[in-house]
Ligand binder design. Structure first.
Ligand code: CAA
Ligand code: NAI
Length: 702
């Protein structure tokens, strides 16, 4: 409890020479109103106190400050704003020293940049992650950082949103010293030196030397920004951030600051940032299980076992090795094991050759991975993840063996993408320890992890799976048991509709262009070609389902990129529209008695998106997902849904559910497909004039 207010403590050190202002707003020292007001008041007191010769500003815990309180962005602004606080710091006539004890992010970093000196503890990190919230640093960051660190570094930090270490910040001139001693004592001692040596106040606003080069040659800025802008297709924030940085180069400080403020305001009120903020909170909400008792502790995981060294097993093993958890891969086939381990090494070698991993780090990671044909080794795993062929009988046999051999209490997970997790759990006498951990391919890259909660899964098993997901750097979302879980079940609706569009008159490249322009990294047909058309073909044959175009392509041996041809033909990895495909499609239309017509981009977009939203509504209705936000997280992290559009359910609310319901009805009538009929939940929300965002979290129906 602070003495200024509950969030701020003002202490006096060294006979009252040094005022120490401590920010204390757990868990991350977000700069909520009370904290800002407290800093302003503490500064005023220190300024007015003749005994005080310098001020040190620091934070408690792991954080200096993680920046603005994002929850306040939806409320009216209250004075003092962060801008006011930083102006007050900047204008102090006594030295103000930021003692960066931990992470300084966003507004927290800007607060430090507004101080006259910056000291960092060795494990401190500095970053401006606003871009990830569809914003730009709106409290002077775009003006002060280029002045302290130069334009290239500023562009990198602001447009990537990635933090840097204390040592990098020192090398770039962002901090004045990295202090080894205990904080804040070391910082107080440093402050004493600043006072004793009468060091002049170093205000970032007065620095010009590091922006001189960009003033002389404006292309420096554009060159530095180009790679980030390319990646940010459709997004406003990077363009705005670049304009703000340009202001730092071209305008006097105060004008640049004012422009930054206007650009920030426009972004914070816009739909794109709202969408990204929604994703930020949805990702964190997804970790909360409404019925989870507070005292449930996850099991500690010190060793993992993966069964199957195929595409998924290898990738999953890499996930564990990447975070330093020893993992053993258990195979039934020596050749598959050798191949699997070699593929893992090859993946790491590619990272080394690209420069994203050092050779030493590769060796370290490889040492965490071992392989065996001895199934008995499953006894060593605190968690066992099964990734064998997608065959129910095989999986049941594997789980029966696991039941016999795995250590009591071990978490037993299946990576199945289509099979019934309850049926698999029933092959054991400990179904409470069984759940699905559905990784996405490539498992070492994709961040989504669907955790499938079976009807007998215990809270502890669930908590352990969530903890493992976090440890592996994944974004876990808990879902219920159904065919395809959340992601693939919704994707299936899009796939059906995409095929139908082809039969009615569209071409793959037309559909893909619309989906790409919406913001996805690729369209459905390019994606199918990448995944391989034969996978779906096999599943359809087993289920007795037909997809006339896709089936015809497979019959012609066109399995996608791996055979050099699918919905496109491939020149290297570049898809090229193929007249042969047009012919196959036209024939399929003729066989189905359909007269082909020109389909508008708007219709294509609606039919690519609305059926998925409808399926999302059914998923909520059936209790397969706990919250609409969970579905959004699945799509953003597993399927490349553009984060600045917030996920399908958020997007639905922004379009308006009535419009979506009406269009679905029309498409359902035209096609006769009952699955396109608006879901009862959608109808209900329309009738009540509500959006998905108004739904309370629910328990999963297991
Ligand atoms: N505002 C409000 N709440 C925040 C917050 C913020 N800036 N940062 C984190 N939180 C909340 C989280 O929602 C979470 O709340 P619950 O426990 O209720 O779910 C809690 O703090 C802990 O956060 P995490 O679970 O994410 O903890 P972590 O240790 O895994 O990660 C973190 C910590 C790296 C700070 C991460 O939370 C993060 O990236 N936060 C956002 C940082 C950010 O973007 N700052 C810039 C804000 S915008 C800005 O500052 C604009 C400006 O220029 C003025
Ligand atoms: P894969 O065919 O590449 O690998 C399966 C491996 O399991 C083979 O190496 C095989 O030798 C091994 N295996 C078979 N029986 C075994 C046994 N009894 N003991 C030990 N090893 C055994 O398959 P893939 O693609 O890795 O898929 C594995 C699982 O992951 C499947 O359930 C699949 O549905 C699921 N999945 C696949 C995704 C993908 O994109 N490939 C995505 C998400 C889940």
């Amino acid at each position: 409890m602070g003495n200024i207010n509950p969030s701020v403590d003002l202490q006096y050190h060294n006979a009252g020479h040094i005022a120490l202002v401590v920010m204390d707003n757990p868990p991350v020292n977000a700069l909520k109103h009370e904290l800002r007001a407290g800093i302003a008041e503490a500064l005023a007191k220190a300024a007015a106190d003749p005994a005080v010769e310098a001020v040190v500003l620091t934070g408690t815990g792991r954080f200096f400050s993680a920046g603005a309180d994002i929850t306040e962005f939806n409320q009216p602004r209250r004075s003092p704003t962060l801008h006011d606080v930083i102006a007050a710091l900047d204008a102090m006539q006594k030295p103000v020293i930021a003692a960066i004890n931990g992470q300084a992010l966003g507004g927290g970093c800007e607060l430090a940049l507004g101080c006259h000196f910056r000291l960092a503890s060795p494990h401190a990190r500095l970053g401006l992650p606003e871009i990830k919230l569809g914003l730009l640093p709106g409290a002077g960051g775009t003006q002060r950082l280029p002045r302290l660190a130069g334009v290239e570094r500023a562009v990198r930090m602001i447009l990537s949103g990635e933090p840097i270490s204390a040592q990098e910040a020192l090398a770039d001139g962002i901090v004045d010293a990295v202090l080894e001693g205990p904080f804040p004592d070391a910082a107080i001692a440093y402050a004493e030196r600043v006072v004793a040596e009468r060091q002049p106040l170093r205000r970032a606003r007065d620095r010009e030397d590091k922006i001189e080069a960009a003033r002389r040659d404006p292309s420096v800025l554009d060159k530095a920004a180009a790679p980030y802008l390319r990646r940010a297709r459709g997004e406003q924030a990077p363009e705005f951030a670049l304009r703000a940085i340009r202001g730092a180069i071209e305008k006097p400080f105060d004008e640049g600051l004012q422009q930054e403020g206007q650009l920030f305001l426009e972004l914070v009120q816009g739909e794109q940032s709202k969408a990204r903020r929604h994703v930020f909170f949805a990702e964190r909400e997804a970790l909360k299980i409404p019925d989870m008792p507070k005292d449930v502790q996850p099991w500690p995981v010190t060793r993992a076992v993966v069964i199957g060294a195929g595409t998924m097993g290898g990738g999953i093993a890499m996930c564990f090795a990447n975070v330093g958890i020893p993992v053993e891969v258990v195979e039934s086939d020596q050749a598959a094991l050798t191949r699997g381990l070699e593929r893992i090494a090859e993946n790491y070698r590619t990272s080394v050759s690209r420069g994203s991993l050092s050779a030493a780090e590769m060796d370290r990671r490889m040492q965490f991975i071992s392989g065996t044909l001895d199934f008995g080794h499953v006894a060593e795993g605190d968690v066992v993840i099964e990734a064998v062929f997608e065959e129910l009988d095989l999986k049941k046999r594997v789980f029966a063996e696991l039941d016999r051999l795995a250590k009591p209490g071990a978490l037993l997970a299946t990576n199945t993408s289509t099979l019934d997790v309850n049926a698999i759990a029933a092959a054991t006498k400990r179904p409470e320890s069984v759940l699905g951990m559905h990784f996405f391919s490539p498992a070492n890259v994709m961040r989504l992890l669907e955790i499938v909660r079976g009807k007998a899964t215990s809270h502890q098993a669930l908590a352990t799976a969530l903890a493992i997901g976090k440890q592996l750097g994944k974004v876990p979302v808990v879902v219920g048991v159904c065919d395809g879980f959340v992601g693939n079940r919704m994707l299936a609706r899009r796939t059906t509709e995409a095929e139908r569009l082809l039969l009615e008159g569209a071409l793959p490249q037309e559909v893909d262009a619309v989906v790409y322009d919406f913001g996805f990294p690729m369209g459905p047909f390019a994606m199918s070609d990448l995944a391989g058309l034969d996978v779906g073909w096999r599943i359809r044959k087993a289920r007795g389902v037909k997809a006339p175009v896709s089936d015809a392509l497979c019959e012609a041996g066109r399995f996608g990129q791996k055979t050099g041809a699918g919905y496109y033909r491939y020149e290297g990895r570049t898809p090229v529209p193929d007249p042969e495909v047009e012919r196959i499609i036209a024939e399929a239309s003729a066989r189905a008695g359909i007269t082909r017509r020109k389909i508008s981009s708007q219709e294509i977009l609606e039919r690519m998106i609305y059926p998925m939203i409808n399926e999302g509504a059914r998923i909520l209705e059936e209790g397969i997902a706990m919250r609409p936000g969970d579905i959004d997280v699945v799509w953003v992290y597993g399927y490349g849904w553009p984060a600045w559009r917030g996920g399908p359910m958020f997007f639905a609310d922004s379009v308006g559910l009535r419009q979506i319901r009406d269009r679905l009805k029309e498409y359902a009538e035209r096609s006769g497909d009952p699955l396109l009929q608006p879901a009862p939940l959608l109808e209900k929300l329309v009738a009540e004039n509500r959006g998905f965002g108004s739904l309370a979290p629910q328990r999963l129906a297991t």
